[in-house]
Design a protein around this ligand. Structure first.
Ligand SMILES: Nc1ncnc2c1ncn2[C@@H]1O[C@H](COP(=O)(O)OP(=O)(O)OP(=O)(O)O)[C@@H](O)[C@H]1O
Length: 261
């Protein structure tokens, strides 16, 4: 049984407001699976439907048709609700850590929010937050500072710690390192890889940048014709789906063709 399985997904958005009749199809017969503990990359150009798949995976939206199964069970019940245990088990880290956190909250308050349900005594909660901060390479001494006083890289570490706080089994990383400089990107990817080894969490790593996938993701899909297509060897010499070839050409300098004479 897969950790997450999406099958026969169709999804469209209304164009031009609530009363408009025209609908833009974004996903058609889309399928994807994620096994426990694996890191799966979902690549594709902007507007190809990656984030839409991510929102369906979180249960934030229902597909027009098709099924989203988490641990073999439908993620949303007949009334569209996700069970609280599944909500904790599937977390997300997004591109912009400043947009994902309140400017009024301290680092402690950002981290404590997903832990409040456990009703820990204050000191135990502070100790748990300190432990999580250490796990993502942050100094717990900055716990009482405003989160928005941190650098982008530090705040993204905080968002990663917040996502891991409820002990999830699956984390959506939606362009989670794309807004960071190259060195910080490498550090955060190394941190995410270590946390996966230590906790057994699985990732869906959504990105439009093929370079970030190498050495990080075990399996790879690319959005092609409104559905994810699995690519066995994204860096091999074999034929690639056109969408993947385009992403690869965008980063590799074209090899000069050899011409006789
Ligand atoms: N809530 C919405 N209402 C209407 N259209 C939407 C909505 N969300 C997404 N879309 C449209 O659906 C298409 C797919 O968007 P989506 O954000 O899933 O793509 P993406 O591959 O994640 O792109 P990006 O890399 O730019 O985030 C786009 O054309 C987008 O404009």
């Amino acid at each position: 049984m897969s950790l997450l399985r999406m099958e026969g997904i169709h999804h469209a958005y209304r164009q031009g407001g609530l009363l408009a009749r025209r609908r833009l199809p974004v996903l058609e017969a889309a399928a994807l699976r994620i096994e426990a503990g694996e890191c799966v990359a979902l690549l594709g150009p902007t507007g190809s439907g990656k984030s839409t798949l991510g929102r369906l995976m979180l249960g934030l939206e229902a597909p027009d048709a098709g099924t989203v199964l988490f641990e073999g069970r439908p993620l949303r019940d007949a009334r569209g609700r996700v069970a609280p245990a599944d909500r904790r088990a599937i977390q997300a880290v997004f591109q912009d850590p400043f947009g994902a956190t309140s400017p009024r909250l301290s680092a402690f308050a950002v981290m404590a929010e997903p832990l409040l349900a456990a009703r820990l005594p204050r000191e135990a909660l502070r100790a748990r937050v300190a432990g999580l901060m250490r796990a993502v390479g942050l100094d717990p001494a900055v716990m009482d500072r405003l989160a928005h006083r941190m650098s982008g890289g530090q705040l993204q570490r905080l968002c990663i710690a917040r996502a891991l706080a409820p002990g999830p089994r699956l984390v959506l990383l939606d362009e989670a390192v794309n807004s960071l400089d190259l060195e910080t990107q490498a550090r955060i990817l190394a941190l995410l890889a270590r946390l996966r080894r230590e906790t057994g969490v699985a990732y869906l790593f959504v990105t439009h940048d093929l370079r970030l996938v190498r050495g990080f993701a075990g399996r790879c899909y690319v959005m092609q014709d409104r559905r994810p297509v699995e690519v066995a060897e994204p860096f091999g010499d074999g034929p690639l789906p056109p969408a993947m070839a385009a992403l690869r050409d965008a980063i590799l300098p074209a090899r000069p063709a050899w011409r006789p004479g």
